[in-house]
Design a protein around this ligand. Structure first.
Ligand SMILES: Cc1cc2nc3c(=O)[nH]c(=O)nc-3n(C[C@H](O)[C@H](O)[C@H](O)COP(=O)(O)OP(=O)(O)OC[C@H]3O[C@@H](n4cnc5c(N)ncnc54)[C@H](O)[C@@H]3O)c2cc1C
Length: 462
């Protein structure tokens, strides 16, 4: 199974799969071991009672790295693209208000007060520079636009993307492009408008696959064939004795303890697991990785008959991306995606499917509730927003205690220290969503970069 030059990839989420695939493409012998029964990590698709529910991510932006991967896997014809003009809504006093996604709409929206609108209007003329220190998202928005914009618009989007706390998230790490706008143009609004003009006003489409996001993991699993094993949990890594520069790896394969000797190891595992596995190699990783906080999260996928939904647009199929909920509304829902409105094949004719998110950094408790209790809260709150009557036709609850790494203040420093330490630990490479961004596209891009580093390392170390 493993030869003298085998590279071991630990973890079969999108980061590990993409890295193993790229290593194969670069002509390297690779073996991927995944602890659970299936490949894909947090990404899964479940068929239930006529609904197709994506578990974990709901869509992806087709970045260059993802697009290349999809092309290599022959999945181009399987892609579905959501309408980029699909409105997003924000809940305000029990009403769904379209989120203003352009400067003119910001001035017209009922979500913001007159003083905030004045600050938006004058922002292009008040040139500023980002501070030298790592600024939180909340501090940035309050400095430029005030607390109203933060509470009613930015914080709900931050929950929707990061399940994060804007007081803790670092603007430079979590939204680097926004910081760059201020740096380059002195104004985020002027910068955003200039960039929009330059790219022809196009907003990127959100994508999925006909058969759900699992398609990507399944295609990678097929391509990797017997170079990947599931139900194979790595339990320990240590350097081989003598100066061989190899690693001895212990793992449990379907319960039985096994070992193998490999030339290099890529850890595509969450930060805490990576720290545990590297403890015997270089304990310094543990202190750095422990700084990365994770948000817990609960996700409730649900299907209803359209006749159960009394929201005014239900008849037209609830056109839109879904809605986000400011914390001031007093709900535990962070937001809900209207899956069957975005992509075909998510629900049968006359049905609608939704994915609701609860928890995150501003509600750490809920992910520890029972699935029944979480399902009941999501159903009751979704019913109050969309006027749903009766029970869901289908419901699927998922919970993660460590769902998403938080790119909080200081994250860039932690990552650069991790890079330095990894560079001083030959043969050990780190991949995963805590590094260069949690989106699927960012994971694939970083996995490609790591694969190239590993291939270079293996070409100089016999
Ligand atoms: C609820 C939710 C919604 C999201 N929505 C979106 C979205 O809409 N769009 C988007 O682009 N991104 C989204 N993301 C982010 C994105 O899905 C993740 O960041 C990405 O899938 C993580 O991939 P990964 O491979 O880095 O980690 P994981 O998927 O966590 O994979 C790590 C793997 O390592 C395995 N492992 C751990 N320890 C061991 C061990 N000792 N031995 C062997 N294997 C081990 C685990 O079993 C797991 O399979 C979302 C994330 C979450 C949680």
């Amino acid at each position: 199974m493993a030869t003298a030059s085998t590279i071991l990839v630990i973890g079969g989420g999108i980061s590990g799969l993409a890295c193993a695939w790229r290593l194969r493409q670069l002509g390297q012998p690779v073996l991927l071991l995944e602890r659970s029964r299936c490949l894909g990590g947090i990404i899964d698709t479940v068929e239930q009672d006529g609904f197709r529910f994506d578990i974990g991510p709901q869509s992806f932006t087709n970045t260059q790295a993802l697009s290349e991967l999809i092309g290599e896997l022959g999945l181009g014809s399987e892609i579905l693209r959501a309408d980029p003009r699909a409105p997003r809504y924000i809940l305000k006093r029990d009403r769904l208000v379209p989120a203003p996604l352009s400067p003119p709409r910001l001035l017209l929206t009922p979500l913001l007060g007159a003083r905030t609108k004045l600050r938006i209007l004058s922002e292009p003329f008040r040139r500023s520079r980002p501070p030298d220190t790592d600024e939180s998202v909340a501090a940035f928005v309050k400095r430029k636009f005030g607390a109203d914009l933060l509470a009613n618009l930015v914080a709900p989007f931050v929950s929707g993307i990061w399940a994060g706390d804007p007081e803790k998230l670092s603007l430079a790490s979590a939204f680097p492009s926004v910081r760059l706008l201020e740096q380059r143009y002195g104004s985020v609004i002027r910068g955003a408008m200039t960039q929009r003009r330059e790219n022809g006003g196009n907003r990127p489409s959100l994508c999925n696959f006909r058969a759900g996001l699992k398609t990507l993991a399944a295609a990678l699993a097929t391509k990797l064939g017997d170079s990947s094993l599931t139900e194979a949990e790595i339990t320990a890594i240590r350097r081989a004795p003598a100066a061989s520069r190899r690693f001895e790896v212990a793992y449990k394969l379907q319960g039985a303890t096994q070992s193998l000797s490999v030339a290099a190891v890529v850890l595509a595992t969450p930060a805490d697991e990576t720290a545990r596995l590297l403890n015997g190699i270089e304990p310094g990783f543990g202190e750095l990785l422990a700084r990365i906080e994770y948000a817990s999260l609960a996700q409730v996928s649900a299907g209803y008959g359209l006749e159960q939904i009394n929201y005014r647009d239900a008849e037209k199929g609830l056109k839109g991306f879904g809605f986000l909920v400011p914390r001031s509304e007093g709900l535990r829902l962070l937001g809900t995606v209207w899956n069957s409105s975005l992509f075909p094949g998510r629900a049968a004719q006359g049905m609608a499917s939704f994915t609701s998110f609860l928890g995150g950094m501003t509600d750490l408790e809920i992910a520890s509730y029972s699935p029944e209790r979480i399902g009941a809260i999501a159903h009751s709150e979704l019913s109050s927003v969309l006027g749903v009557t009766g029970a869901p036709v289908a419901q699927h609850v998922s919970r993660w205690q460590r769902a998403l790494p938080q790119y909080n203040i200081g994250h860039q420093g932690t990552i650069s220290a991790l890079r330095d330490l990894a560079a001083r630990t030959p043969g050990i490479f780190l991949a995963g969503n805590y590094f260069e961004g949690p989106s699927m596209g960012a994971c694939v891009e970083h996995a490609n970069e790591i694969a190239r580093h590993v291939a270079r390392f293996c070409s100089v170390v016999p």
